[in-house]
Design a protein around this ligand. Structure first.
Ligand SMILES: [Zn+2]
Ligand SMILES: [Zn+2]
Length: 238
């Protein structure tokens, strides 16, 4: 924990002394607002809230008039434990550059942009719902030096006044991205624990939604610990 705090302090000092350009196009940031979000005005505007109709089961954008997408309508589609899923941007092009700049390119300031997008996408939910981050994989923080989701959680708390309740914990499992969908579920089953009594209504947030299995296991865990409703939100989807 001490090491994480230290590396965050170092990165804050570095960001102050040597400000990075726009996380997407690299252009010099021209004013306070651009520097605050780490994005130039053009790149900021290129991420409007996608006002698309989304599948009520998985949250992916819908192509047809139906309420549920083709994938979720399949009879062999696994039932999901979350009550709703909100997905913001497809993980391609600029969106991919953006997340990579945040995760690997030292543009930690983007957590402010992500927090703002998360809140504006979820502002229609009942106000009693409490935000909970997806727990990091064991060893990830050690390798990367910081927890990217936890950093967003801190911005939500400190700069947006959104209470964040940390109650999920992950026990060692293989990295999800190396596995297929069914393997992902088995890999995670029972490996996410709820360490405190959860709130009645929870919003679980994460960066990327791929198969939904991490969200599903988080929702299952929260519900078996007593949560009544679990909503998911992810910044990007594959
Ligand atoms: Zn830009
Ligand atoms: Zn769906």
């Amino acid at each position: 924990m001490q090491t994480i705090k230290f590396s965050q302090t170092v990165s804050l000092i570095r960001e102050y002394l040597f400000p990075l350009g726009c996380a997407v196009c690299g252009q010099t940031l021209l004013n306070k607002r651009e520097a605050w979000f780490g994005l130039c005005g053009n790149c900021y505007d290129s991420f409007p809230r996608e006002q698309r109709r989304c599948c009520s089961a998985c949250g992916r954008p819908l192509i047809s008039e139906a309420e549920i997408c083709m994938n979720c309508r399949r009879t062999d589609a696994p039932a999901v434990a979350y009550d709703s899923m909100t997905l913001l941007y497809q993980y391609i092009g600029r969106a991919e550059t953006l997340l990579k700049a945040y995760k690997f390119g030292k543009h930690r300031v983007l957590a402010r942009f992500f927090s703002e997008k998360l809140i504006s996408a979820m502002n229609c939910l009942p106000s009693g719902a409490i935000w909970t981050p997806v727990p990091p994989r064991k060893g990830k923080i050690k390798t990367a030096g910081w927890d990217q989701i936890e950093h967003i959680a801190r911005i939500l708390e400190k700069q947006m006044n959104i209470p964040v309740f940390r109650c999920l914990k992950r026990i060692a499992s293989k990295a999800q991205k190396t596995l297929g969908q069914s393997e992902r579920l088995t890999n995670l089953q029972g490996r996410i624990l709820c360490t405190k009594n959860p709130p009645e209504e929870v919003i679980v947030f994460d960066d990327v939604f791929t198969t939904g299995s991490t969200m599903d296991v988080c929702a299952r865990t929260l519900k078996s610990a007593g949560a009544k409703k679990v909503h998911g939100i992810c910044l990007f989807y594959n």
